[in-house]
Write a protein that binds this ligand. Structure first.
Ligand SMILES: C[S@@+](CC[C@H](N)C(=O)[O-])C[C@H]1O[C@@H](n2cnc3c(N)ncnc32)[C@H](O)[C@@H]1O
Length: 347
């Protein structure tokens, strides 16, 4: 697997090549789940070659039955680790321990005493700690909510997250040394930011990235309830002529997630729905858009899409992000004019 990742150019740094060769992925992915319409099947060492071949392939593997954790595809892990631009002496905070595999790679490269890894799920932390010990690494792993960072073990030279965020948490910036780097899934991309003053600035990796969302404590909304409201609610309707298949375009999707965080587009029983955590919803049926809730989520989706088209359909690596106490601003790389600002989160 590592040989293929090197040959394809996904691993180009010799330090990371050595770390990937040294850490056995099978110790961390002792089982994974494969789902289809009939439910999910667990695949573990009992499945012999099928299990081993999947573990040593460039594949994302779901590692909990409730699909709350997974082992990221190794090529994407390598891109993110390389984007940290480590020299070998840095102290790193990882958000989203999951199986512990990424924490093991960081420990191999930096020494375990320079690695701190947190996950919100206590059961995962217990298992990850055991696996890390079995592989010969003892980084600090702890149960904590990633939005708060982990101040007691900081400051850090780098923060790497392996769950999807919409906003860069202020706590990460506070716990980062000057010039420190953040590599994190943000919407459907991976942002690579450098700390500058009190804020941070940077660009996006070219890789498409669809990570599991960071879970908030407590969970702010019940998704199943929102879907029912969007399917059955009475709202304001008008004709619509918007082709929802546009959102199969990966770059259009990237722009939507970046500028309209929290908006979800799903198809349930053949009906296209949009909703977001503030309770706004839209249903697209028979050439009509029906909208309800505190805002008009479909109008916002459409406006975002038109903004992306009028900018010439820019790809994710043509965007820059600047994070400050004023909010998150998105620019095109060749322009100093902010194309979109997300206000800072309150509280
Ligand atoms: C893609 S998995 C991480 C994969 C992991 N890095 C590995 O090498 O196996 C995402 C992880 O983020 C964790 N997570 C979700 N919300 C979180 C939060 N608020 N704080 C910390 N971890 C969180 C999940 O429990 C899940 O284990």
């Amino acid at each position: 697997m590592v040989g293929e990742l090197v040959a394809s150019g996904n691993i180009s740094d010799s330090g990371w090549e050595a770390a990937f060769r040294a850490v056995p992925r099978h110790l961390f992915v002792s089982r994974f789940y494969r789902g289809d319409a009939n439910g999910s099947a667990v695949i573990d060492s009992g499945a012999g070659n099928e299990w081993l071949a999947a573990v040593y392939s460039d594949t994302h593997l779901v590692t909990t039955e409730d699909v709350r954790s997974s082992s990221t595809a190794p090529s994407l892990m390598a891109s993110m680790l390389q984007a940290l631009e480590l020299t070998g002496n840095e102290r790193v905070l990882e958000i989203g321990t999951g199986t512990g595999y990424n924490a093991a790679l960081l420990s191999e490269r930096l020494g375990a005493d320079q690695v701190v890894s947190i996950d919100i799920d206590p059961g995962l932390i217990v298992e990850a700690r055991e696996r890390l010990e079995a592989a010969g690494y003892e980084p600090l792993v702890a149960v904590a909510d990633g939005v708060n960072g982990y101040p007691v073990a900081g400051p850090y030279d780098a923060v790497i997250a392996t769950c999807r965020l919409d906003y860069i948490p202020a706590a990460w910036l506070q716990q980062l040394r000057p010039g420190g780097v953040i590599v994190t899934p943000l919407g459907a991309g991976v942002a690579v930011l450098r700390k500058t003053g009190d804020g941070a600035e940077g660009e996006f990796l070219p890789n498409p990235a669809y990570f599991m969302p960071l879970r908030h404590q407590p969970e702010p909304t019940d998704i199943a309830e929102l879907i029912q409201v969007a399917l059955n609610g009475t709202g304001i309707s008008r004709p619509h002529r918007f082709d929802t298949s546009m959102y199969r375009d990966d770059e259009a999707r990237f722009w939507l997630d970046l500028t309209q965080p929290g908006v979800r587009l799903v198809t349930v029983d053949g009906v296209a729905l949009a909703f977001r955590p503030d309770g706004s919803w839209a249903r697209l049926v028979d050439g009509l858009v029906v909208q309800g809730g505190p805002g008009f989520v479909w109008d916002d989706v459409k406006a975002a899409h038109e903004g992306w088209l009028s900018a010439g359909r820019p790809s994710r690596e043509r965007h820059r992000l600047r994070v400050s106490s004023a909010g998150q601003d998105v620019y095109l790389v060749d322009s100093s004019e902010s194309r979109h600002r997300l206000e800072p989160l309150q509280g």
